[in-house]
Write a protein that binds this ligand. Structure first.
Ligand SMILES: *[C@@H]1O[C@H](CO)[C@@H](O)[C@H](O)[C@H]1NC(C)=O
Ligand SMILES: *[C@@H]1O[C@H](CO)[C@@H](O)[C@H](O)[C@H]1NC(C)=O
Ligand SMILES: *[C@@H]1O[C@H](CO)[C@@H](O)[C@H](O)[C@H]1NC(C)=O
Ligand SMILES: *[C@@H]1O[C@H](CO)[C@@H](O)[C@H](O)[C@H]1NC(C)=O
Ligand SMILES: *[C@@H]1O[C@H](CO)[C@@H](O)[C@H](O)[C@H]1NC(C)=O
Ligand SMILES: *[C@@H]1O[C@H](CO)[C@@H](O)[C@H](O)[C@H]1NC(C)=O
Ligand SMILES: *[C@@H]1O[C@H](CO)[C@@H](O)[C@H](O)[C@H]1NC(C)=O
Ligand SMILES: *[C@@H]1O[C@H](CO)[C@@H](O)[C@H](O)[C@H]1NC(C)=O
Length: 467
């Protein structure tokens, strides 16, 4: 009699426990769903654990919590078994607990195995998420396509020694948005090793533009134009439309260069619809200023000679971060300045065009740190790229990165940046923040759009930093 009563009472708190553990389970399930992303996306608001364990050790904490929950459920199952089973609740309750136990253990299984001894001595020893697990890594596990898993995994050096660069392995990296664009990336990486790749550069570019950048490398043979003709000699190539056969046109509206150059078709990128017209649009750029309104002297254009004369003979190498066909680099070449043209293929084969002109295309999105070392370039020029669309914080990151690669005395040429009038001051603040010497600085109204927009151009010089 007494024992029965006791049994009844002892079961009461266990229901509270079950409710509690269910809540926890839901919490853990949510976490584990986002688990693969967690090292990339700060998500410590999902579950506000009472014990505030910071980012790196959160995994361990989760594991510890799971262990505790499992232990408690096991104890509870033991207790329930010990109860006299005349009550109908006993077996049902027990079965319920076993069920939950199975689910939690499944979640635990899907976690990377963490040495809990590390946990005890409390040292927050940072372990790379991709090496935590001996055979498999969680980021690799996230993808279903074997080629992605193989690519993402850290490749230890043979002989298990450091290589000449001082690294224990090779860390092939992918952009964090690759995890968000799982489906597209899996489509991109689904190929037969050694075979011809799909005609999917557009998918690749889409992935890159959306932050899956760097994109994994592939082990298939890229497609090439069917009949590639010899490029023109440099004396001709700079100002001649190349052979149409040297470009793969399948993903473009235009199927030849004359279509792109013709201002009737306008099938290229809208910001650069006439960039392929060498004879008219491109020829005078940076040689003759363009006036929006012929009746006034207002222009945001500076001439190459004006800019080079600021520091004669000092400008030898630089970067043009624009959308275009490389005309800036072509003109600078005439002044013996080597310019690398960063561009992506928005609606037209800009990279192929730049290369066929005999200039260097750099296929690069705005997402990445520039692949140049600090204090190396003499000049950075930009036009038609950073405009009124750009987020202020992003602009800051971009400008500081440009500052990093510019050498002291190097020039930053902002060419016809345009934005809404009301945004101008905020953008100008960003440019001023670099505290560069102002060689040129003009703001003029942009005439087309109801007078709501303005052009801004500047040539700025990075000061020496003697510290
Ligand atoms: C998390 O819990 C702490 C107290 O443990 C509290 O101060 C904090 O506001 C909570 N944060 C959120 C996002 O709930
Ligand atoms: C449950 O009971 C069995 C034997 O009755 C025992 O071996 C086991 O350690 C107990 N488990 C827990 C978690 O108490
Ligand atoms: C590289 O390996 C050595 C020896 O195996 C080890 O002592 C060192 O900590 C490792 N370095 C890194 C960065 O993992
Ligand atoms: C170029 O393409 C356009 C339409 O895309 C076509 O009308 C024209 O005939 C083509 N020109 C050449 C030279 O192939
Ligand atoms: C370039 O533009 C001019 C006028 O804007 C046009 O007459 C000429 O045909 C264009 N060039 C090509 C190759 O289409
Ligand atoms: C081509 O563009 C120029 C100016 O960019 C314009 O004057 C001319 O009328 C255009 N030609 C055609 C056929 O649209
Ligand atoms: C533009 O400038 C030139 C010389 O710099 C001058 O001769 C001309 O009158 C100016 N035109 C206008 C419309 O101001
Ligand atoms: C470029 O270099 C060549 C060869 O060194 C020289 O003949 C030419 O005058 C230079 N051009 C300019 C604009 O400096």
């Amino acid at each position: 009699m007494d024992i029965k009563k006791l049994g009844k009472y002892s079961r009461a708190p266990s229901f509270f426990f079950v409710v509690g553990s269910l809540t926890l389970l839901v919490c853990i399930a949510t976490l584990s769903k986002f688990y693969s992303l967690r090292t990339f996306v700060i998500s410590d608001t999902f579950c506000n654990f009472s014990n505030p364990v910071r980012d790196g050790s959160a995994d361990k904490y989760m594991k510890q919590t799971l262990d505790t929950v499992i232990q408690k459920i096991k104890e509870e199952i033991n207790n329930t078994r010990d109860l006299p089973d005349e009550s109908s609740h006993g077996p049902r309750f027990s079965a319920f607990l076993v069920d939950i136990l199975g689910m939690i253990e499944l979640v635990q299984e899907s976690l990377p195995h963490i040495d809990t001894s590390e946990l005890q001595n409390g040292e927050p020893h940072a372990v790379h998420p991709l090496v935590r697990r001996k055979q498999n890594s969680d980021a690799a596990e996230y993808f279903l396509i074997e080629e992605i898993r193989k690519y993402v995994r850290i490749k230890p050096n043979r002989l298990r020694k450091q290589n000449f660069m001082g690294a224990n392995g090779t860390f092939t990296s992918i952009g964090h948005s690759c995890f968000i664009m799982k489906k597209e990336l899996e489509e991109y990486m689904d190929y037969d090793i050694g075979d011809i790749c799909q005609d999917d550069w557009r998918l690749a570019q889409k992935l890159m533009v959306h932050g899956c950048d760097p994109l994994p490398r592939r082990r298939c043979l890229s497609r090439a134009p069917q009949l590639y003709t010899k490029p023109l000699p440099i004396s001709e190539s700079l100002w001649t439309l190349p052979d149409n056969r040297n470009v793969r046109w399948s993903q473009y509206l235009c199927k030849n260069f004359s279509c792109l150059a013709n201002n009737v078709t306008r099938k290229g990128f809208f910001k650069c619809a006439d960039c392929f017209n060498f004879t008219h649009h491109e020829l005078p750029r940076w040689i003759i200023p363009e006036y929006q309104d012929p009746s006034s002297n207002l222009t945001a254009d500076f001439l190459i000679t004006e800019v080079l004369d600021l520091n004669p003979g000092e400008i030898r190498i630089g970067l043009d971060f624009s959308i275009g066909t490389g005309t800036f680099a072509a003109r600078m070449r005439e002044h013996n300045v080597t310019i690398v043209s960063a561009s992506i293929n928005l609606g037209a084969p800009f990279n192929e065009m730049i290369a066929l002109r005999g200039l260097i295309p750099l296929y690069l999105t705005i997402n990445q740190r520039l692949p140049f070392f600090d204090n190396t370039l003499d000049l950075i020029h930009t036009t038609r790229f950073l405009d009124g669309w750009i987020d202020f914080v992003l602009l800051d990151f971009v400008l500081y990165d440009w500052d990093r690669v510019l050498r002291p005395g190097g020039l930053l040429w902002i060419d016809s940046f345009f934005c809404l009038k009301e945004d101008l001051n905020d953008y100008l603040e960003s440019f001023k923040m670099l505290r560069y010497k102002k060689h040129k600085w003009v703001t003029i109204p942009k005439i087309d759009k109801d007078d709501k927009e303005v052009f801004f151009s500047a040539v700025l010089e990075k000061p020496p930093r003697p510290f």
